[in-house]
Design a protein around this ligand. Structure first.
Ligand SMILES: Nc1ncnc2c1ncn2[C@@H]1O[C@H](COP(=O)(O)OP(=O)(O)O)[C@@H](O)[C@H]1O
Ligand SMILES: [Mg+2]
Length: 397
């Protein structure tokens, strides 16, 4: 068989393409190997040339194409007015994407529609203007996008359900627990003498377990409520929630004989009560995980990281306590994760999980640095300004 230059591309026979124009080799190779469909049409909308990809995409043979007008590739429901658009293009020809901001569809042989992206390029080939339509079939991309949106919605729903569940469950668990603790205390008050050593020991343990459970439920409730708040962002000096947190922790600070230093702190757009919760947890930890025999020193520092999008603020809570092995720097933010024993340091392991959730709700990040025995530093970065979408009701999403 004789070798022809383009054995697979009958659509590009030069004498038949382009209303009789011979097209140059380089152009022809580009068109032929293009990964998207190319259709050239004249002022009247008559198709004069297509590439193999267009043949594959639309299902018309190259010969059939030459009998068609560009409107035949448009789904019937969009055909009306297409002539007008075509004429408009020829009046002011310039390369541009077609249908900016609208979803475009094309029509396969047999009438099936598929979503496309189209770029239009004017071509002047001597005997009048032509337009080159470069067409990409975006069916798969659209499907993937829809899948992603569906998945995100599903995730959002199940997240909300879970939070609702945790909130209701912890709330309902509080009531029976309250009764258990109350009865335990009455038992101590009434029958302590008759209980004997062992009985008193059991009862004491029961009451302590009840107290633990009370703390656990309280913290779980706080955790589940972080994501349920709507809006609540406003521009505020971060010194304010820090001051409030310190005042809540006043007794602990006094007992520990701690020295607290607060540097100048920046402003940021944030949820004030959640900022208070954040600092209360971080400063509370800094005081709790102190080294015996060493005056606890806690420093709260702040600064601004200039960047695009309005910049970010950086906050640090730094202590001189027992510290931790940095290999756990991620794990400590997981719910219930504790590195230190319950008998030494009381707690539920929920505090840092709350911090992380709060920071992420603000579109920020939190991490920690530490060396065992040499204190720990918790670093929070927050955007100075919240994106509008963070502060809006679901109807805006
Ligand atoms: N400032 C700190 N210094 C040393 N270890 C800390 C500090 N803050 C947190 N940790 C470690 O991270 C764990 C998780 O902290 P958190 O979630 O607040 O729980 P909790 O305070 O109830 O133990 C703590 O149990 C502790 O092991
Ligand atoms: Mg804590």
């Amino acid at each position: 068989m004789e070798e022809t230059e383009n054995p697979r591309a009958p659509s590009l026979e030069p004498e038949r393409s382009f209303g009789g124009h011979a097209i140059g080799d380089p152009f022809r190779r580009v068109v032929e190997s293009a990964p998207y469909g190319m259709v050239v049409s004249d002022v009247a909308g008559r198709i004069v040339m297509v590439n193999p990809e267009a043949v594959k995409m639309f299902g018309h043979s190259a010969e059939e194409f030459l009998e068609l007008r560009i409107e035949d590739l448009v789904p019937p429901r969009f055909r009306r007015g297409h002539d007008g658009l075509r004429e408009g293009f020829h009046r002011a020809p310039e390369s541009r994407p077609m249908g900016a901001g609208r979803d475009l569809f094309a029509c396969r042989r047999g009438g099936m529609e598929f979503p496309v992206e189209i770029a239009l390029t004017p071509l002047d080939m001597g005997d009048g203007p032509f337009v080159l339509s470069s067409i990409v079939d975006i069916t798969r991309r659209k499907r993937a996008e829809e899948e992603l949106v569906r998945y995100a919605k599903k995730l959002e729903r199940s997240n909300a359900e879970l939070e609702g569940f945790a909130s209701i469950a912890s709330h309902d668990l509080q009531e029976p627990l309250r009764k258990i603790r109350m009865m335990g205390e009455r038992l101590v008050a009434l029958c302590e003498a008759e209980l004997g050593d062992q009985g008193r020991d059991y009862l004491g343990r029961m009451i302590r377990a009840g107290d633990n459970m009370h703390r656990l439920i309280r913290d779980l409730l706080a955790f589940s409520r972080v994501g349920m708040r709507d809006g609540g962002f406003r521009r505020l000096p971060l010194a304010e929630p820090v001051r409030d947190a310190l005042s809540t922790l006043e007794m602990v600070i006094e007992e520990a004989g701690a020295e607290i230093e607060v540097d100048d702190l920046p402003e940021a757009e944030a949820d004030e009560s959640q900022m208070r919760q954040l600092f209360q947890n971080l400063i509370g930890n800094a005081l709790k995980f102190r080294r015996p025999g060493v005056v606890p020193r806690v420093t709260i520092r702040g600064g601004i990281i200039e960047a695009e999008e309005g910049g970010r603020v950086r906050l640090e809570v730094c202590d001189n306590g027992i510290g931790f092995d940095e290999q756990y720097h991620d794990q400590i933010f997981e719910i219930f994760r504790r590195l230190h024993g319950k008998t030494e340091f009381e707690g539920t392991g929920i505090g840092l999980a709350i911090c992380k959730k709060i920071v992420e709700r603000h579109d920020g990040r939190i991490h920690a640095r530490s060396l065992p025995g040499e204190g720990a530093t918790f670093i929070v970065e927050l955007p100075k300004q919240q994106k509008a979408s963070n502060d809006q009701s679901p109807s805006h999403r």
